[in-house]
Every structure is written in structure tokens, then in C-alpha cells.
Design a protein around this ligand. Structure first.
Ligand SMILES: [Zn+2]
Length: 232
């Protein structure tokens, strides 16, 4: 392999290493967590909290209703026991009884509302459970696929790095310095292939004499316009 071909091979290896490293990072991120699952899980948790609050409210109101019912029974018993004969007192007892009955009536309406809300929350929990199971199922198969991809990427990167080391070993220090500097300053693209005697990176035509030297391949020729190493 002549100098120009070796440099182009190095550029191709570095480019693939960059691409595969970037992809490996994306795969690592995807393996670490899935926002879709997190959102479905949060929605499920939220709904469960709402249901628990509704059940607690229902329980409190049921206790309240029980208390009112026993108070009504007590007033009723006293009112009709025959032990109270004072009309003023009887009137007071009756008023008290009617007030408690009204309170219980209002509470019964509230209880029905709450029971309905609990039913609806349970139905929503059902939906959220199904949604969560669905995304978790997909996540499980995604994890499988991602783990396999990660393994393949690691193997390929190891091979690429070995090839890169071998390719660099075939180049002299001065050439490598120029190449590395260009990789840094030209956004990772140190070399460009000639296309119809124009630079493949910046598109500017290269004089025939220069193009011929690139095709011969024994020396490093830089694009007169963008400064990249020209490859055939
Ligand atoms: Zn150029």
C-alpha cells in the first residue's frame, strides 16, 4: 500500500471508529433507561396515588355516615321512648333529629359520588397497567437487541483499533503529526478523495500536476484550498 492509500485507510478507520463510538454511547444511554417506560411507570404510580386518596376519603366518609346513623337512632329512640314529655324538649329533639337526617342525606350523595370516582380510578388503573405492560414488554425485547448490538460494536471497535494501530505503525512521525493536526482542525476529516480532480471535501478543482502526484501516491499532497490530505 503506498503512502496516499495508507493515509486514506487511516482516515476510513478513524471515521468508522468515530461513528461506532458515537453509536456505542447512544446504545449505552438506551440501555441505561427508557423515557417511554419511565413516563408509563410515572402515570401508573400517579393513578395509584389518586386511587388510594379516593379510597381513604371514602373510608372517612363511611365512618362519618356510621356516626350520624347511630346518632339518628339515639335521637329517634329518645324521641319515641315516652320518657320525654316536655313539648319544648320534644320539639328540640325532633329538630336535632331532622338536622342529622339532612346531614346523612347529603353525606349519602357524597358517598355515591366517591364510589363512582373509585370505580373510574380503578378502570384507569387497568388501562395504565395494560399500557405499562406493553411498553415494558417492548423494552425487554429492546434490551435484548441493544445488548447484542453493544457486543457487536465492542468487537468491531476492538478490530478497528487494532487495524488503526497497525496502519499508523506503517507511517512516519512527521506524516502522522500532519494527519493528527488535520483531524483536530478539520472536524475529524483529515483526508479527502479526489473526485474528477476536485477535492472531495471542499469541491475545489486541483491542478492536473497536483492530481497526478496524488494518483502516483508516493507523497502527501494537500488540497490547495482546504488543506486536507488528498487521496486517490
Ligand atoms: Zn479541499
Amino acid at each position: 500500500m503506498n503512502l496516499v492509500a495508507t493515509l486514506w485507510r487511516l482516515q476510513s478507520l478513524d471515521q468508522e471508529i468515530d461513528d461506532k463510538t458515537k453509536r456505542a454511547r447512544q446504545v449505552d444511554d438506551a440501555l441505561a433507561g427508557d423515557p417511554v417506560v419511565a413516563i408509563a411507570r410515572a402515570a401508573f404510580d400517579e393513578e395509584q396515588k389518586r386511587l388510594a386518596a379516593l379510597r381513604a376519603a371514602l373510608h372517612d366518609r363511611e365512618l362519618e355516615a356510621k356516626g350520624l346513623a347511630s346518632k339518628i337512632k339515639e335521637l329517634n329512640d329518645r324521641l319515641y321512648s315516652g320518657r320525654v314529655s316536655n313539648p319544648k324538649e320534644l320539639d328540640g329533639l325532633d329538630k336535632d333529629l331532622q338536622m342529622h337526617k339532612r346531614q346523612l342525606g347529603a353525606l349519602d350523595d357524597k358517598l355515591l359520588e366517591l364510589m363512582d370516582a373509585v370505580d373510574q380510578a380503578e378502570a384507569r388503573i387497568n388501562d395504565k397497567t395494560n399500557a405499562l405492560e406493553q411498553v415494558e414488554g417492548k423494552r425487554a425485547s429492546d434490551l435484548d437487541r441493544l445488548a447484542r448490538e453493544r457486543e457487536a460494536l465492542a468487537a468491531r471497535l476492538a478490530q478497528l483499533r487494532a487495524d488503526r494501530a497497525q496502519t499508523r505503525a506503517a507511517l512516519d512521525q512527521e506524516t502522522l503529526r500532519t494527519y493528527d493536526k488535520l483531524r483536530e482542525t478539520k472536524a475529524g476529516r483529515a483526508a479527502a478523495q479526489l473526485r474528477r480532480d476536485a477535492c472531495g471535501a471542499c469541491g475545489v478543482s486541483v491542478p492536473t500536476g497536483l492530481a497526478n502526484r496524488v494518483h502516483t501516491g508516493d507523497e502527501m499532497v494537500l488540497c490547495p484550498s482546504c488543506g486536507r490530505i488528498l487521496a486517490a
